[in-house]
Design a protein around this ligand. Structure first.
Ligand SMILES: C[S@@+](CC[C@H](N)C(=O)[O-])C[C@H]1O[C@@H](n2cnc3c(N)ncnc32)[C@H](O)[C@@H]1O
Length: 330
């Protein structure tokens, strides 16, 4: 207790306890497109309230708060304009916070309401049957895919992954559960000679997927089958959505379909070392929204062994992601 207070201080802890409020405030900013409206035409709060059909007094208090933390500024005549911080919530901003802010509020925050049940019982009914991606509405699919792009690009994660390992050694690479295709696009852009690049994801993702010449696209359900014939099967941030036994099944399927191929798992690795790091909260998030979790290296070693693979090497990257490189036991 003494140590926690020394680190955060009681007021910092109290502020963190109110963190859900920031989730909702950023949600309102994105949902009602406040930065886009202001960029289109700077306006007073009163005009914004009238144009967007919002309550003037609430909006005034919202802007009062937002401006106090650096989002938006106000000219002397009362006109609201964007700041660098509010710009990142514009729909077309490359950081994609427009998507992430809405996905967190509409999908992740409600799922955390189950946390006390999950802690008590170790499971809950929705978790046992949860098929997060395939059962989402079109709106949540769109927000999720945009959000994943934000996470991938935000810390330059994709560059960190591509710089950490020689992906040029493979004649063909398929990104299973590759979402919109941000990774394969970056890989393709590296221009490794004669390398074929492909993406596989569920049919709902099709409208959000890149259509880039040179990148093959496959649609399907990886719980049933995946395309054969590739040299490297790349799985990034997919297995943390699934329970251990499902991950073993997915790896066994990969092995049955492509016994001679190599497999790369790209995930965070949970360290129980008492040092603040992003995966320590992320594992709680995954436990609340999916049947999965973040895994320790020991967890991975067990899963890999059970699936009939051998661990070749674990390569850290200059991002929270690690590359876990496998070959099948022959
Ligand atoms: C957490 S996201 C990871 C996306 C991407 N690999 C990344 O790192 O940004 C999981 C991906 O798996 C896909 N997915 C989930 N269930 C699937 C299934 N049964 N068949 C095919 N794709 C699926 C989702 O559509 C989503 O794109």
């Amino acid at each position: 207790m003494t140590q926690a207070l020394a680190v955060g201080g009681i007021w910092d802890i109290q502020k963190q306890m109110r963190g859900f409020q920031d989730t909702i405030v950023y949600y309102l900013v994105a949902l009602y497109g406040l930065p886009d409206a202001v960029a289109e035409r700077p306006r007073t709060v009163e005009d914004l309230a009238s144009d967007l059909e919002l309550d003037h007094e609430y909006l005034l208090d919202l802007f009062t708060y937002l401006m106090s933390v650096g989002l938006f500024s106000q000219d002397e005549d009362g006109t609201i304009t964007n700041t660098a911080a509010s710009e990142i919530f514009r729909k077309d901003d490359p950081s994609h916070m427009w998507y992430l802010a809405q996905f967190f509020a509409e999908s992740v925050l409600p799922a955390w309401q189950n946390a006390s049940n999950i802690l008590k019982t170790g499971s809950n009914p929705s978790r046992d049957t949860f098929s997060p991606a395939t059962e989402r509405s079109d709106r949540l699919t769109m927000l999720f895919n945009g959000g994943m792009t934000a996470i991938g690009l935000g810390r330059d994660e994709l560059a960190a992954i591509l710089n950490a390992f020689d992906f040029g050694q493979f004649s063909s690479v398929i990104d299973i559960g590759g979402g919109k295709g941000d990774f394969v696009q970056r890989l393709y852009d590296r221009g490794y000679p004669n390398q074929q690049v492909a993406i596989f994801d569920q049919p709902k993702t099709e409208t959000n997927m890149i259509t880039s010449p040179g990148i093959r696209r496959f649609l399907g359900d990886f719980l049933k089958t995946i395309p054969e014939g590739f040299d490297l099967y790349f799985w990034k941030r997919v297995f943390h959505d699934f329970a251990d036994e499902q991950v073993v099944q997915l790896l066994k399927l990969n092995r049955d379909i492509a016994p001679n191929a190599r497999v790369m798992i790209c995930e965070m690795i949970l360290k129980r070392d008492g040092i603040p790091s992003i995966e320590k909260m992320w594992t709680l998030l995954m436990r609340n929204v999916t049947a999965g979790k973040e895994r320790t290296l020991e967890n991975w070693e067990m899963i890999i062994e059970m699936a009939g693979y051998q661990l070749v090497e674990v390569v850290p990257t200059a991002s929270p992601m690690n590359l876990i490189f496998l070959e099948a036991h022959l």
